[in-house]
Design a binder for this molecule. Sequence first.
Ligand SMILES: Cc1cc2nc3c(=O)[nH]c(=O)nc-3n(C[C@H](O)[C@H](O)[C@H](O)COP(=O)(O)OP(=O)(O)OC[C@H]3O[C@@H](n4cnc5c(N)ncnc54)[C@H](O)[C@@H]3O)c2cc1C
Length: 346
Amino acid sequence: MPEVTKEVLDLSAYKGVWVFLEQVGGEAAPVSWELLGVGRKLAQDLGVELGGALLGYGVEHLAQEAFAHGADIVYLMDDPILKNYRTDPYARGMINLIRKHRPEIVLMGATTLGRDLSGVVATELETGLTADCTMLEIDPEKKLLKQTRPAFGGNIMATILTKDRRPQMATVRPRVMPMPARISGRTGRLVKEELGVQEEDVLTKVLELVKEPGKAVYLDKAEIIVSGGRGLGEKANFALIEELAQALGGTVGASRAAVEAGWISADHQVGQTGTTVRPKIYFAIGISGAIQHLVGMQTSDVIVAINKDPDAAIFKVATYGIVGDLMKIVPALTREFKKRLGTTGA
Ligand SMILES: Cc1cc2nc3c(=O)[nH]c(=O)nc-3n(C[C@H](O)[C@H](O)[C@H](O)COP(=O)(O)OP(=O)(O)OC[C@H]3O[C@@H](n4cnc5c(N)ncnc54)[C@H](O)[C@@H]3O)c2cc1C
């Protein structure tokens, strides 16, 4: 086999924690601010600055928002070529910025866009990338980024280090990290950079933007989620979940077992292979609490679990647990919520 020799990097030349500030049409993806929250802590532990990489067209107003959410410095590439997301110019822009300013850590949201971009950037820079991290910390001795994520179907948590490549890159799903407090009036430094790409060099052209019709399930933004699992027994009973969700003005969620049974569509699935959620209230009804479900909802503010098995794992993460038959409990709750919320006019 031919010997592969890799350039040895001068690791000390890389400094600072960066967050890719994702936006679409000038509107920031909330995960960008969530990442600034965790990035602030990492930067503090390393004694370095927190930077934001902002690419787009007509997006300078978002720099101020980034400062308000904790960034010390924003690197802005504002160019008509970056109006709509295309892998090539965005990747070129990010790679140019990273090569020039050499951050030691780069975080991106594990969104459709972030997943696409991060892979290309990491490949081009020949560095490591840990996808879907659930915890990010600095090793106090080695000063490396500890990137923790579920592995082997969620049965273990793996902590991954990028020891001798830079930057250390990780993606995090929306809602996994808490939203930091917004400090209005907080300022920082804005550094404007040229994209350095010509339209003729970009092979992909955006002809039209088409909104996907009927996609109305936004679990990651929901404040109240009522989820049902296999314990419902059959498709018809899933109506109990829908009625409770309706009474509370909430969104319907589901375990994978319920989705696989065909009781509800896959865009309602919560968990490792579904959506990660962080609502104010999460109802887990007839859901056992498998680790792959828990990783997607356990950081909800309040968790109400209803299960007939007192030993179900879901009770370990529940704020309130109701042991009993969901067929009796759920209609009673729906009735009572309807009555109380109805009388208060909510
Ligand atoms: C790689 C991989 C990825 C996965 N990703 C996901 C994911 O994203 N999301 C996800 O949810 N799962 C995921 N899973 C599947 C996961 O391991 C579990 O199989 C699944 O979460 C189980 O769903 P459940 O809790 O609805 O069903 P079960 O585990 O069968 O639990 C049903 C529960 O209902 C209770 N029950 C039954 N009847 C009643 C009643 N009348 N009243 C009250 N309680 C009752 C039972 O006591 C039981 O606790 C994944 C698995 C793998 C291997």
